[in-house]
Design a protein around this ligand. Structure first.
Ligand code: ZN
Length: 64
């Protein structure tokens, strides 16, 4: 199944080694679960909210 980047709309590629989806356009890394949750939030909330939440989330993920 194909996914598009929630950040820039570019195509996401699945990396088998990390089991994560990677956007080749903006460098975004997302697990499948994050991708699903993010797209759910995007539908339910205004764009700016979703982006801010996602950025915090992403930064926290990268630190750990
Ligand atoms: Zn992207």
């Amino acid at each position: 199944m194909d996914y598009t980047c929630p950040e820039c709309g570019g195509p996401l590629f699945y990396e088998i080694s990390t089991k994560m989806y990677v956007c080749k356009k903006c460098g975004l890394y997302l697990t499948k679960q994050q991708l699903i949750e993010l797209s759910d939030k995007k539908k339910a909330r205004p764009r700016l909210d979703a982006k801010k939440e996602y950025l915090n989330w992403w930064l926290n993920e990268k630190k750990s």
